[in-house]
Design a protein around this ligand. Structure first.
Ligand code: CU
Length: 460
């Protein structure tokens, strides 16, 4: 038995060392998700995980806001040569839901998924990953196989070749069995295998911390007119090299999340720009409110922390009278009107009733429905803006927060609601504009709120 110990120690050390874990991001068995605001639609492109390659690749287009509908063309091609594969879905006007397409891939590794709709084209970088059996599993099965062979050998030895041969095989059987069981029992502590096709680890191990992406936020035309369409562009540059930043990670089911609000809060959009070219993110919007607008973009560079960048633009007047958001209007009534409370009527209840700056507040939204679905991997989103627009906060429904990046609930799941709970701390006293968002029947529901926050020590 003594000779077993070094063998066991050696195999345990080998297994614990083997295979760098997929520390952040997607494993080989998880779907990839890209929310996209394209051709007037809000969609999420879900690339289903594949277990082997070459194989068909299922891509589901979830239409959250189908708008006027239309065809969405999907093409996947390997970044390292090889063929490409195409498919398409036709989104029906006004019909939110999941539209499946079947493509194929012939290799693992970096790919580009092209999503085309209307005149817009988005190029999404995507690594095709295939889960790989971890080393411990290989060792365990090999040991079981050895044990089986040794058992047969021991029996054969006992019958025909004498005790010495039988004893040798019996010893081998014991060793192999002990190794197999030890490895099996210890397996939860071993690092999982990196999936096949995993891109090389980002250089964070070499240089801790990476430069932030420096944004240029611009609109075209430079001064959109109310009632017209315009393009909001986010161009990201590396502060040190000046090169386009093109290493955004899939972060809450999108490469970037953009919130656009008019100064008075009457206009609110939470959108997901397409990527027409490396380092460039664009979204087409309709100018509906007159005056100054704020842009907030959230994204995360691979191997770096998340960033929130801001910008602003102004929508010009179209000459029509009676614009409710005229900035020259001295009216003090900032923000959307609070939504009336009622049974399940999307009332937002704060606890305490009068939130105090700097203290945690629990916000509960009663949606009145128990069949809510996740959107961007979360049961609910709460976006909070200070009245002047200088501050933006974004949190997720508390109970769905437990899901990590590798275990995102599918859009088709209907297990949330009727109550959505958020925890939030308002940094300063004053009036805040807030929007809660959730999905039901694949459609996104956006509910505006106004929240007044008291100063510490001055409860009303
Ligand atoms: Cu988003």
């Amino acid at each position: 038995m003594k000779r077993l110990i070094p063998l066991l120690l050696a195999s345990v050390a080998l297994l614990a060392w083997a295979g760098p874990a997929a520390a952040h991001g997607r494993g080989g068995d998880a779907d990839a998700r890209f929310a996209q605001t394209i051709a007037g639609m809000e969609i999420t492109v879900v690339v289903r995980a594949s277990v082997r390659v070459p194989a068909p690749l299922q891509v589901d287009v979830v239409a959250h806001d189908p708008g006027r509908g239309g065809r969405v063309d999907l093409t996947i091609r390997s970044a390292e040569g090889g063929g490409s594969s195409a498919g398409s879905v036709r989104i029906e006007p006004g019909r939110a839901g999941m539209y499946p397409a079947l493509l194929s891939v012939d290799r693992v590794g970096p790919h580009e998924l092209e999503v085309r709709a209307g005149e817009e084209r988005s190029l999404l970088p995507l690594a095709v990953l295939v889960p790989r059996a971890p080393l411990w599993e290989v060792v365990m099965y090999a040991a079981f196989a050895c044990a089986a062979v040794a058992l047969v050998g021991a029996l054969a030895g006992a019958l025909w070749f004498g005790r010495a041969v039988a004893g040798g095989f019996a010893g081998g059987f014991v060793v192999a069995t002990v190794v197999a069981f030890t490895v099996g029992v210890l397996s939860p502590w071993f690092a999982p295998a990196a999936p096949d096709g995993m891109p090389p680890a980002p250089p964070q191990e070499v240089t801790p911390g990476r430069p932030n992406a420096q944004p240029v936020v611009e609109v075209a035309p430079e001064r959109p007119v109310r009632g017209s369409e315009f393009v909001l562009r986010l161009a990201l540059f590396d502060g040190s090299s000046g090169h386009p930043v093109d290493d955004l990670a899939e972060h809450h089911a999108a490469l970037s999340h953009v919130v656009v609000t008019s100064e008075d809060g009457s206009y609110f959009r939470h959108v997901h720009p397409i990527r027409p070219a490396p380092g460039v993110y664009e979204v087409r919007l309709g100018a509906q409110a007159h005056g100054r607008h704020r842009v907030y973009a959230e994204f995360e560079r691979t191997g770096a922390g998340g960033q929130l960048v801001t910008g602003a633009f102004t929508v010009g007047d179209d000459g029509r009278p009676g614009d409710p958001s005229d900035p020259s209007d001295p009216s003090d009534a900032a923000g959307p009107a609070p939504v009336a409370a009622g049974p399940g009527g999307n009332a937002l209840v704060t606890e305490p009733a009068r939130p105090v700056a700097g203290r945690p507040v629990r916000l509960t939204l009663d949606t009145g429905h128990a069949d809510l679905q996740p959107w961007l991997g979360m049961a609910g989103h709460l976006i909070v803006r200070s009245r002047d627009g200088g501050y933006l906060g974004h949190v997720h429904e508390s109970r769905s927060m437990a899901t990590d990046a590798r275990n995102v609930p599918d859009e088709s799941v209907t297990g949330y609601g009727p109550r959505l709970e958020f925890a939030f701390s308002f940094p300063r006293p004053g009036r805040y504009l807030a929007w809660t968002q959730y999905a039901r029947n694949y459609e996104i529901v956006t509910v505006p709120h106004v929240i007044d926050v008291a100063a510490e020590g001055h409860p009303r």
